[in-house]
Design a protein around this ligand. Structure first.
Ligand SMILES: Nc1nc2c(ncn2[C@@H]2O[C@H](COP(=O)(O)OP(=O)(O)OP(=O)(O)O)[C@@H](O)[C@H]2O)c(=O)[nH]1
Length: 320
C-alpha cells in the first residue's frame, strides 16, 4: 500500500502520530518503523519532555530526515512550532513519503492532530492515524488525564510489552481500554514489533469525532498542561563520571516512587563503555555502546510532583 504513495507527488503527505504514556515504547516502535521501511523517506518529529533530547540520540536512524522540535510539552508549545517545523519539512527539496510525530509521554494527542486539521497544513497533509502505545505492565487510567486522552483519541491501541505480563493482566488492560473507548482497535506487540501495513497508511483518523469545543478553541493559548497535571522533568548533566556503586544505591534506596521514567546516557568511573540507561515504572536496564564523543552524563527523570532539588542532589551524590 505504501509503495503506491511513491508516484503520487501531488497527494497530501500522510502523518502518523505516535502517542502513549511515559516509557510505553514509542521510540522503540519508531525505531522499528525506521529500520523496516528504509525504502520510505520518512520525516520524524520528536518532541521530548525534558531539557536534554535523549530520544534523538537513541533513534538508530538519525540522519538528514530527522527534525527535532524544541523542548517542551508538546500539547502546550507545539501549535506554533509543530506547524512551522512541518512547513520547513515540506519545503525541503527531497521527496517525502511519510511524516511521523512522536509526542511526549504526557501529551494529549488531540492538539497535535488539530494542528494538521486546523491550518493550511490541511491542504498539504492528512492525519492517517493516531497510534497509542500502551505499556501492558504499567498502564493505569490513574496515570492522569493525558493517559485517558491518549486512549480516547487513539485510532489503534498498541498493547506493548506483552512479554512482561500474564494473560490475565492483558485481559484487564484490554478491559480498561474498552471502557475508555468503546470499540477500540487493539493490537498486541513486543518491542514495537507489529506488521507495519496494520499501522501505517491505514487512513483511520476520524476528525469528525474530535470534540467541537476543542477545535474551536484551538488557537487560544493553552495552559501549561504538564505542570497542571503535576508532571515535572528534571535533567542532570555532568562531565564527571558516576560511581556505579553510588548510582546503584540511589536506585535501590532513594529513587522516589513518583518517578515513572528515567532515561539517559551514563558514564561510570568503573567502565569505558557508554551506557544507555532506561527506567520505566520500576524496571530499568543499561545497554552498552561505544563513546563517539567525550564521555559525560546526561539524564532525564520524569515524575509526578517530584522535588527537582532533591533529585539533583541525589544524583550529584552519585558522582565518583
Ligand atoms: N520488556 C520489554 N521492554 C520494552 C518493550 N518495548 C519497549 N521496551 C523498553 O521500555 C523502555 C522504554 O521504551 P521507549 O521506546 O524508550 O519508550 P517511550 O514511550 O519512547 O518513552 P518516553 O518517550 O520517554 O515516554 C526501554 O527500555 C525499552 O527497551 C517490550 O515490548 N518489552
Amino acid at each position: 500500500m505504501l509503495e503506491s504513495l511513491d508516484g503520487v507527488r501531488n497527494q497530501k503527505l500522510p502523518v502518523t502520530i505516535i502517542t502513549g504514556f511515559l516509557g510505553s515504547g514509542k521510540t522503540t516502535l519508531l525505531n522499528r518503523i525506521l529500520q523496516n521501511r528504509q525504502d520510505l523517506k520518512v520525516a520524524v518529529l520528536v518532541n521530548e519532555f525534558g531539557d536534554i533530547n535523549i530520544d534523538s540520540q537513541l533513534l538508530m536512524t538519525v540522519g538528514e530526515d530527522m527534525v527535532e522540535l524544541s523542548n517542551g510539552c508538546i500539547c502546550c508549545t507545539i501549535n506554533d512550532s509543530l506547524a512551522n517545523t512541518v512547513y520547513e519539512v515540506l519545503a525541503r527539496p527531497e521527496k517525502l513519503d511519510y511524516l511521523i510525530v512522536e509526542t511526549t509521554g504526557v501529551a494529549d494527542p488531540l492538539p497535535i492532530a488539530l494542528t494538521f486539521l486546523g491550518s493550511e497544513l490541511r491542504d498539504l497533509t492528512y492525519v492517517d492515524g493516531i497510534l497509542t502505545v500502551v505499556d501492558a505492565e504499567n498502564f493505569s487510567l490513574k496515570q492522569g488525564e493525558a493517559a485517558v486522552k491518549q486512549i480516547m483519541y487513539g485510532d489503534i491501541a498498541l498493547l506493548n510489552k506483552t512479554d512482561l505480563v500474564t494473560t490475565d493482566r492483558l485481559g484487564k488492560v484490554e478491559t480498561q481500554i474498552h471502557e475508555t473507548k468503546e470499540g477500540a482497535r487493539i493490537l498486541h506487540m513486543q518491542h514495537g514489533e507489529v506488521p507495519l501495513p496494520l499501522i501505517l497508511d491505514v487512513k483511520l483518523a476520524q476528525s469528525e469525532n474530535y470534540p467541537l469545543e476543542i477545535t474551536e478553541t484551538e488557537n487560544q493559548p493553552k495552559p501549561r498542561h504538564l505542570q497542571n497535571d503535576g508532571y515535572l522533568s528534571v535533567s542532570f548533566q555532568s562531565k564527571r563520571p558516576f560511581s556505579l556503586r553510588k548510582f546503584q544505591h540511589f536506585l535501590d534506596n532513594q529513587l522516589p516512587v513518583n518517578i515513572y521514567r528515567m532515561k539517559g546516557i551514563l558514564w561510570f568511573e568503573e567502565s569505558p563503555a557508554r551506557h544507555v540507561f532506561q527506567l520505566s515504572g520500576r524496571r530499568f536496564h543499561l545497554d552498552d555502546s561505544t563513546w563517539e564523543d567525550q564521555p559525560s552524563n546526561q539524564l532525564v527523570c520524569i515524575g509526578h510532583k517530584i522535588n527537582p532539588i532533591e533529585i539533583q542532589q541525589y544524583l550529584a551524590n552519585c558522582l565518583a
